[in-house]
Design a protein around this ligand. Structure first.
Ligand SMILES: CCCCCCCCCCCCCCCC(=O)SCCNC(=O)CCNC(=O)[C@H](O)C(C)(C)COP(=O)(O)OP(=O)(O)OC[C@H]1O[C@@H](n2cnc3c(N)ncnc32)[C@H](O)[C@@H]1OP(=O)(O)O
Length: 207
């Protein structure tokens, strides 16, 4: 079997392959839209059967919530970068740092499931990307915290189907208060800029 190269990215395996397949179903459902109306009932029954099969694998919810407190699982299943979560685009943050200035970077292209205004990304999705990446920047700076306030400036509509660069940087800390900024842009243009106030918890979120 040939090894993956820079031009042939590694295919996901295991639960990540499952999430990737589910993600492609979501994408295809929205792209097909009413054009698959005649087969919708039949396809829905097949998808429901798969969901039922997965449900039978799932542990009791309290057990699953407990294991999701583990850092590695929160990374794998989070809704922005998590390769195990079909809800995540996912934003690729595998090489996040950095011009040596503490800025984390990620790349993502968003399709129709993320549309707000026609042809453009929903503003709430931009807020989600910003919130998460600023959280990652804080984690890397050693000051993880809860979002207390998130302010976004939407300078230009964010295009669908275009690779976007998402950046975030921890700026300063004052006691438990952490100030962080971020941007979403492409080709040197900034579409969204954000500022967040994060509060470090009195006791760690994770054991
Ligand atoms: C190697 C390592 C890699 C790491 C790689 C990491 C990967 C992993 C990344 C995951 C990244 C996920 C990132 C998602 C982040 C969320 O999505 S968090 C979820 C959304 N946020 C929430 O649910 C927060 C809800 N709010 C709360 O729980 C509480 O209000 C808070 C924010 C914890 C604050 O409560 P508190 O600790 O009791 O704080 P409190 O004493 O009231 O206030 C402390 C100070 O903050 C000020 N403050 C509090 N709230 C506000 C506010 N809204 N506005 C202004 N000031 C405020 C207070 O005035 C006070 O100021 P001082 O009097 O000290 O000057």
């Amino acid at each position: 079997m040939s090894q993956p190269t820079a031009t042939t990215p590694a295919q996901p395996a295991g639960t990540e392959a499952l999430a990737a397949a589910a993600r492609s179903v979501v994408d295809a459902v929205v792209r097909a839209g009413d054009h698959c109306a005649e087969r919708a009932a039949e396809l829905a029954a097949r998808l429901r059967a798969i969901a039922d099969e997965l449900d039978r694998c799932a542990p009791p919810l309290q057990d699953r919530l407990g294991e999701m407190r583990e850092f590695s699982r929160s990374v794998k299943y989070n809704p922005v970068t998590g390769p195990g979560n079909p809800f995540s685009p996912p934003l690729d943050c595998t090489d996040p740092d950095d011009a040596g200035d503490g800025t984390v970077r990620g790349a993502v292209a968003l399709g129709l499931p993320y549309q707000g205004p026609p042809g453009h990304v929903h503003g709430g999705i931009s807020a989600l990307l910003m919130d998460h990446m600023m959280g990652v920047a804080n984690g890397r700076a050693g000051v993880p915290g809860m979002t207390a306030r998130l302010t976004l400036d939407y300078h230009r509509p964010v295009p669908l189907y275009q690779e976007l660069t998402v950046t975030a940087r921890h700026r300063s800390s004052d006691g438990r208060k952490v100030l962080t900024t971020g941007t979403i842009g492409a080709g040197g243009e900034t579409y969204v800029s954000a500022e967040g106030l994060f509060i470090q918890p009195r006791t760690p979120l994770r054991e």
